[in-house]
Every structure is written in C-alpha cells, then in structure tokens.
Design a protein around this ligand. Structure first.
Ligand code: UD1
Ligand code: CA
Length: 458
C-alpha cells in the first residue's frame, strides 16, 4: 500500500507560528500520531505533503526516518490549491501496483482498526471512503447516494439546500486504486465555489469509469475529527486522555478520576496500581504491582518498583525507585537517581545522579547529588552534599549504616565510612572514619555573668 498524508494547510485558526500538524497532542505532534498509525499498516510508500511552515515539517519527518523506519518521503505543495492538488504532488512516488490511502495530518485519532477495515473494503480495485453520520455536518463534504450507491461528494459551499440536509459526511480519508487515482487526479478541474482542485471529485470519475465506490465507518466520530483550532485540539486531547484512562481501568488500574489523568507517552502498569488525580506521565513510565501514585505527581521516564508509594506533589524524572519505597510528599528525584528497596525520601528532598541502597532514609529537606549511599543510612534534615565547586563536580560516598546528623555539609570528594556518625552541623571536608563519631562543630560554651544589652537613655 501507498500512504499519502496531507499536511500542507496553514491552520490559520491555530493562531500560532508553529505549523498546525506540529502541535502536540498527548506530547506527540498531530502528524506524529498519523504517521505512527500509518506505519502500523506497513505501507510500501509513505509520503507527507507539506507546505506552510517552511522546513519545520520535513525536519520533523526526518527525525522519524531512522533505522528500519526510514521510509517516509516528503513533497512540497506550493501554492496550496486544494486536496486533489495536494495528492498530485505525491504521484511520482506512488507505486501503481498497490492501492493508495489518503490521510490528513490534522486528524490524529483514527484507529488502525478503522483504517484496516477501509483498506479491506477497497481491496485492489475499489474506491473506499471513510464516512460518518454527523448530527452537525456543517462545513463538510456530503456523501451523495443514489439508492445505496455512492455517486459523488459535494462540498458544503457547492451543495444545494437539499444536499446540505444530508448528514453522511466525507471524513476525507479514502483508499483508491493507484493507476486510476493518477488518471483521475490528472483530469481534475477547479471549476467550483472555492476554485480548488477537490480530491473528492475523483468519486464521480470512479462512477463514470465503472469503478465501484464503497464506504466504511469508524467506530466513533472522534476518529475522524480534525484539528483546526486550539479549542478542537483541547477537545481531542481530552478525548484521547479519556481513551487512555479507560484502557487503564479495563486493565485493572484504579484511576481515581479518568478525567484528571494525562499520559504523554507510554504508561505501563502492573496489578493493583492506584493513581490519584492530577498526575502527568511523560515518556516511558513503568509502575510495578501495587504502586500508588498520590495526587499531582509528575513522572517522566521513570520506573517505580512493586509496592512503592509516591505521595502527592512529587516530581520524578529519569529515575528508578525500588520496591516498597516511600517518596514524598514534595520530593524531587532528578535524572540518574536510583533508589534501592524500601528507601524513604521525604518532603523537600532533592536527589540527583545518585544511588541510594536499601532501607536508607532522607526524610526531610536535603540535597543529595552525585552520591553513592549505602544501605540503612540515615541522612538527617538539612543535609547537603556540596558536589560542585563552581567548575567541577565530585562524588560523595556514604557507606552502609552511616548516620549523618542534621544540617551537615559533605564537601565532595569525601567518604563517610561504614557505620560512621556525623554530629549535627558538621562540615565534612575530610573522610570520616568507619564506626566513629566525627563532628566539626565548635565546642559549646556558656558565658557566665553575661547580661543582655539595655536601651541607652537619651
Ligand atoms: C475536506 C474535504 C471534505 C471533507 C473534509 C473533512 C475536499 C475538497 N473536501 O474539506 O469533503 O468533509 O475535508 O475535514 O477534499 N490540505 C493540503 N493542501 C491543500 C488543501 C488541504 O495539504 O491545498 C490538507 C490540509 O492541511 C488538511 C486536509 O488537507 O489536512 C483537509 O483540508 P481542509 O481545508 O481542512 O479540508 P476541506 O477542503 O475544507
Ligand atoms: Ca479541515
């Protein structure tokens, strides 16, 4: 099969410098969604027609052209003279021996299933159109049938009063036998209300040539909904998120409110996972069995081990959390954080590029960066690893069973030995030996006979 994706329109109503098809839905461009769905059909040729927005669209396509997936071509349509004219730009690239599927770059949520049904309906020798009955068909092309037979498509602006009452509309998505398609495109005229070369006019030509015209229907109207404005983009975003939430619910995930979940990537959940409201998941996130994610957490490219609890308001990015661990509320795990089993990270604790082994705790107000922390370590409130001298970064090593007193600064590179204790307020600039108490605080003194100053009388 050949696939042509139309993406040359300017999208004026988006009120944006970004070409319409590059606006993100669930963290991926509209065009990216269409390309990904098209690829599930394993097309021989895949061609994106671009126009408005300069090089941005082909640049984005080039990024998707990697490895085994290096099969997308682009063709410039300049000026944009209609949907038929757009498909003409792909003609030199289309393989005559396979049918051609036309998709729109601004219709992101069509399912592979629906496309598959359309492709099957077309076979090798029919023209197949994805149509839908719409309560409000205003502005769309209407399907004109004689009896059951589709005979042509008429655009809103060219339609008669009677034709405008028809509610079966053209989604724009169609499959055509390629040899015929090329011939029909060459014969298009722009003699219509908009002065455009309408792709839809190939339907009447097919009928004239005795090529059967058939239709298929998507399972839901949103599958063929296009994005022309930010309002429509927001509507489709919610629709898509609801679909994701429902799929998670079907798999047994407890989503506290399916209307308040945002997945912008891939979220993989084990059994008995609970997700509270307002969470955002980006990139690839894995939640193992029994994980609970509290309200308003953001997780980006993260792996959370079985039974771990992420309390509300945490930000976790490129991090691994061990099984049974407890994180937050208000914790921040930055890239390179790897926590072992049953690690406790409490409120206002930031961890970066560090490994923290099993059963260790940093329960309040700490910064742990570029550190290797052993097992059963206790990091007191206010502890900071001073990993950066303004130019270079150094590592801090805290061995098993160490106890770091509150408000300590560990000036890296430095090591706290196994079982060592640091007294509260220590500024550690040399290694602390294993098993001993190290403290850098000046001795406490009390001044006898000291009196508070008194106000001087004027
Ligand atoms: C088109 C159909 C109409 C259908 C509707 C569904 C035609 C003549 N009409 O309407 O029957 O109900 O889609 O939304 O085909 N594009 C280009 N180059 C162009 C013009 C359009 O690439 O010169 C692209 C747009 O970027 C968009 C798609 O084609 O992705 C549809 O264009 P749009 O102007 O939205 O559709 P209409 O022509 O109004
Ligand atoms: Ca449109």
């Amino acid at each position: 099969m050949n696939v042509v994706i139309l993406a040359a329109g300017m999208g004026k109503r988006m009120q944006s410098a970004l070409p319409k098809v590059l606006h993100p839905l669930a963290g991926k461009s509209l065009l990216g969604h269409v390309i990904d769905t098209a690829r599930t059909l394993s097309p021989r040729k895949l061609c994106v027609i671009y126009g408005h927005g300069g090089a941005a669209v082909p640049e984005m396509v080039a990024q998707l052209n990697t490895g085994a997936h290096a099969n997308i071509d682009t063709a410039l349509q300049e000026p944009q003279l209609g949907t038929g004219h757009a498909v003409m730009q792909a003609v030199p690239q289309l393989d005559d021996d396979a049918p051609t599927l036309v998709l729109y770059g601004d219709v992101p949520l069509t399912t592979a299933n629906s496309l598959q049904r359309l492709v099957e309906a077309a076979g090798t020798d029919k023209l197949a159109i994805l149509t839908v009955e719409q309560a409000n068909p205003f502005g769309l092309g209407r399907i004109i049938r004689e009896g059951k037979q589709i005979v042509r498509i008429v655009e809103e602006k060219d339609a008669s009063e009677a034709e405008r009452t028809i509610r079966e509309i053209n989604s724009g998505i169609m499959v055509a036998p390629t040899r015929h398609l090329k011939k029909w495109l060459a014969a298009l005229s722009n003699n219509n209300a908009q002065g455009e070369y309408y792709l839809t006019d190939i339907v009447a030509q097919a009928v004239a040539d005795g090529v059967p015209v058939v239709s298929a229907q998507p399972s839901a109207e949103w599958e063929v909904a296009g994005v022309n404005s930010k309002v429509q983009l927001a509507e489709l975003e919610r629709r898509h998120q609801l679909n994701i939430a429902n799929a998670l619910l079907e798999k047994g995930v407890t989503v506290m409110d399916p209307a308040r979940l945002d997945v912008r990537g891939e979220l993989v959940c084990g059994r008995d996972v609970v997700i509270d409201v307002g969470c955002v998941f980006e990139g690839k996130v894995e939640l193992a069995d029994g994980v609970r994610v509290g309200a308003h957490c953001v997780l980006v490219d993260a792996r959370i081990g079985a039974g771990a609890s992420i309390k509300p308001f945490c930000h976790i990015e490129q991090a691994v959390v061990g099984a049974q661990s407890q994180i937050g509320p208000y914790a921040r795990l930055r890239p390179g954080t790897e926590l072992g089993q049953d690690v406790h990270i409490g409120n206002f604790v930031e961890i970066k590029n560090s490994q923290v082994a099993a059963h260790s705790k940093a329960n309040h107000l700490a910064y742990v960066g570029d550190a290797t922390v052993g097992s059963r370590v206790n990091i007191g409130a206010g502890t900071i690893t001073c990993n950066y001298d303004g130019v270079n970064k150094f590592r801090t090593v805290i061995e098993d069973d160490a106890f770091i007193g509150s408000d300590s600064q560990l000036v890296a590179p430095v090591t706290v030995g196994k079982g060592a204790t640091l007294g509260a307020g220590t500024t550690l600039s040399k290694d602390a030996p294993a098993g001993k108490l190290t403290i850098s605080r000046p001795r406490q003194v009390t001044i006898e006979n000291w009196t508070r100053p008194v106000k001087i009388k004027k």
